[in-house]
Design a protein around this ligand. Sequence first.
Ligand SMILES: NC(=O)c1ccc[n+]([C@@H]2O[C@H](COP(=O)([O-])OP(=O)(O)OC[C@H]3O[C@@H](n4cnc5c(N)ncnc54)[C@H](O)[C@@H]3O)[C@@H](O)[C@H]2O)c1
Length: 284
Amino acid sequence: MKDFKDKVIVVTGAGSGIGAAIAKEAVLHGMKVVLNDIDNKSVQKTLEEIKDMGGEGVTHTADISLIENVQELYDLTMDTYGRVDILVNNAGVAVSGPIWEIPIQDINWITEVNFLSRAYGMRVFIPKMIEQGTEAAVINVASTAGIMISPNGPMYHSTKAADVALAETTYLGLKARGINNVQVHVLCPAFIQTNIHESDRYRPERYASLDDPYYQSQEFKAGYIRSKRSVLAGMPIDSVGMTVFTALEENRFYIFTHPESIYPAGHRIKDMVNGNNPSSIKLL
Ligand SMILES: NC(=O)c1ccc[n+]([C@@H]2O[C@H](COP(=O)([O-])OP(=O)(O)OC[C@H]3O[C@@H](n4cnc5c(N)ncnc54)[C@H](O)[C@@H]3O)[C@@H](O)[C@H]2O)c1
């Protein structure tokens, strides 16, 4: 995709971090923005910043892991601009801890936000992109965690691996059916300085009760500290928007913020090819 001027981008989880950065880069490329986030204050702040840059857009405050809210985001986009050119399925949360200890609500929450929201977004927006017949793109924000393994965060790895597979198979599925105007991309960041370690703040009401004793456990506390340390030591956010738009222009499917992300992915594949059992490699 090369022509962005006056086109429309929809970004979920645009109140913070990577979503806000992609939305701002889109404005620098002349796009109009439709910004979703579960947190009203932060998404309004992103829109204010975009207006200060001379851009225009609208906001949608809702939990994007619910299909009715994805439909509402689509309706808002159509009512406001009548078209959609790029969908960025970005909203995400982090849950750590072993699968045999974490509360069931965490399994549901992370699956709904990190994975189901992407499937719903593609299901709802891609038909319009096909109907338009003009150049369009979907970017699923996965993670380097989606192409590598480690002993921590099994639900985070799993939901991100699902995001990668959903993007890859949809890419192939569109091509196999001769639909060439809709491109699919997957963004696999390694650690970037955002608020992802503070995900507990964005729990929807149905998963907000922290009464389960797990939330007082050493395992839970260690997971938070590990995540905070890694994220705060990550790459500054500044270049992420540009990395994404360069990949769109070059029509590159796999988008990495850290080129070295392919090494842990390669390590995993080597284990498979060589008939070894899974072995971990240090996180980036
Ligand atoms: N920061 C990293 O190191 C990193 C690395 C790899 C992948 N990612 C992925 O990048 C994406 C963006 O994360 P980030 O790092 O910018 O984190 P962030 O916490 O700064 O931003 C995430 C945004 O998503 C919103 N959100 C959370 N749940 C939501 C819901 N149900 N509906 C709508 N919005 C919701 C939050 O309010 C927040 O504004 C996530 O999918 C994350 O998994 C981040």
